[in-house]
Ligand binder design. Structure first.
Ligand SMILES: [Zn+2]
Length: 66
């Protein structure tokens, strides 16, 4: 219980995951997790990055599972 869990007085500015804006993990920086790194990777590889157009009815306000 000695951990400095305060993200207010950190010595270094924590990077934020460009995908979900969470604190980045040193392992996957600048992302927070492999999942987000994957998402970004797919954006680059996803020739054109198809944007779903019909997410108005079903996933209009999808709640975050977390
Ligand atoms: Zn993330």
């Amino acid at each position: 219980m000695d951990e400095a869990a305060n993200d207010n007085s950190g010595p270094a500015v924590k990077r934020r995951c460009p995908i979900c804006s969470r604190a980045a993990s040193p392992e996957f920086k600048p992302f927070c997790s492999k999942r987000c790194a994957d998402v970004d990777l797919h954006r680059w590889l996803g020739e054109g990055y198809r944007v779903p157009v019909a997410l108005d009815d079903d996933m209009r306000d999808s709640p975050d599972p977390e």
